[in-house]
Design a protein around this ligand. Structure first.
Ligand code: T4K
Length: 370
């Protein structure tokens, strides 16, 4: 067993020398932020890697989503999922929108298209689904609904960097997709994020919203914020992108070891890759069916913590049960999401996690059963 603690994830980093070589030129230019050369290079590298025509970088994924909402002029109600990280719903609420929660599918925990249409009314302007854990939403069904009702679609693709359906990257669906490049993600820029989009007319709007509404040296057209990615973050992205395919291959080996071991246990549900999708192995969610498994999710959590192993309950509590939203939502209206949130545990998952550690974690889980 490796040295503990073992955290739910561990940031991947380039070699120190590779990063210092990348940032050396900043000591000549003294240009540390505001869309400098590193930022420009990362934009072009990411366009190529993701195969998208338009991408705008941000200081983090959350700000990217808020700016996309502003730039696209989303208003009123937005159909979304309660089974996600706080950021997705908070972005909507902070921009004055009303989230309307649709339930998720029991197989991959993404929004259930069959539950969307019944929630649409005259005030609905958009759908914000989440490719949760890197599982791709049912993008065709969602596009069909959006098309028939004249709604915009913005994907929260925070977990889906590198995921593909055939030749299409996860960045190519809907009107726009937001990515997180946070330290805990498959591809990181320390903190960072991006919006990929179809309509090139969005580019100047996103640039304006992320830079105080400034459109020229003497013109400020909107009450924008500051959400720019700095040069050190962009340099980290340039380095990490060189190794991201390796990163994903190493993650695959870790995931497969977990799946093989855990699927042998009754009452344990893992999330195998979806049919026809090239996954990125971002997270290792496991659902424990207490009666069949012989222990609850919380008992498994406690048993691992005793060994200084730190899984997380991503995503519990359900957003509709957050204290800050008390009295606003009813989580019993999304029973599948509620059920999964009450039973899920995301296990330690990162490229350099030893397979011996995976075995040890699986042994501890197997031993918890009564
Ligand atoms: N939408 C979705 C669906 C998201 O999941 C997220 C973020 C967003 C939007 C917003 O994107 P960003 O604005 O963050 O770009 C973490 C991340 O901070 C967050 O980015 C992520 N989702 C969320 C699922 O997980 P915490 O509060 O659980 O992270 P924390 O600090 O407890 O870290 C977890 C573990 O990661 C640590 O135990 C150790 C390891 N770690 C952490 C950091 C900060 C590292 O190895 N290196 C590090 O630098 O939220």
């Amino acid at each position: 067993m490796s040295k503990t603690p073992i955290w739910v994830t561990r940031s991947s980093m380039p070699d120190f020398e590779e990063y210092t070589a990348e940032i050396a030129s900043l000591w000549d230019s003294h240009m540390l932020t505001n869309m400098g050369p590193k930022h420009k290079k990362l934009v072009s590298d990411l366009k190529e890697y993701l195969g998208v025509p338009n991408i705008t970088l941000f200081v983090n994924g959350h700000s990217a989503l808020e700016c996309a909402i502003e730039a696209m002029g989303i208003t009123g109600k937005v159909i979304t999922t309660p089974y996600t990280f706080a950021s997705t719903t908070h972005a909507l609420v902070r921009k004055g929108l009303t989230p309307v929660f649709a339930d998720v599918k029991p197989d991959d925990y993404t929004i259930d298209p069959a539950r969307i249409e019944e929630l649409i009314d005259d005030e609905t302007s958009a759908i914000v689904p989440v490719h949760v854990y890197g599982n791709l939403c049912d993008v065709d069904a969602i596009q069909d609904i959006a098309g028939r009702h004249g709604l915009k679609v913005i994907y929260d693709a925070a977990h889906a960097f590198g995921v593909r359906r055939g030749d299409e990257s996860a960045a190519s669906f809907g009107d726009a997709s937001m990515f997180s490049f946070h330290a805990t993600k498959v591809f990181n820029t320390i903190e960072g994020g991006a919006v990929c989009y179809k309509d090139p007319a969005l580019a100047p709007k996103l640039d304006m919203w992320k830079n105080f509404g400034i459109t020229g040296v003497e013109s400020v057209e909107a009450v924008g914020g500051n959400a720019k990615m700095n040069e050190f973050a962009a340099a980290m992205g340039i380095c990490n992108l060189r190794h991201v395919d390796d990163e994903i291959a190493k993650r695959k080996a870790v995931c497969e070891r977990y799946w093989d071991r855990l699927e042998a246990l009754p009452g344990v549900k893992v999330c195998r890759p979806q049919e026809g999708i090239t996954p990125n192995y971002a997270y290792l969610p496991v659902v424990f069916e207490g009666t069949e498994f012989g222990a609850t999710r919380n008992e498994v959590y406690a048993a691992l913590m005793v060994h200084d192993i730190h899984p997380r309950k991503y995503f519990y509590p359900l957003i509709s049960d957050f204290e800050c939203y008390a009295g606003r939502f009813d989580s019993s209206k999304t029973p599948v999401a509620k059920r999964v949130a009450d039973r899920v545990l995301t296990l330690p998952m990162y490229a350099d996690l030893d397979l011996a550690d995976v075995d040890q974690i699986c042994d501890i889980i197997a031993d918890v059963r009564r």
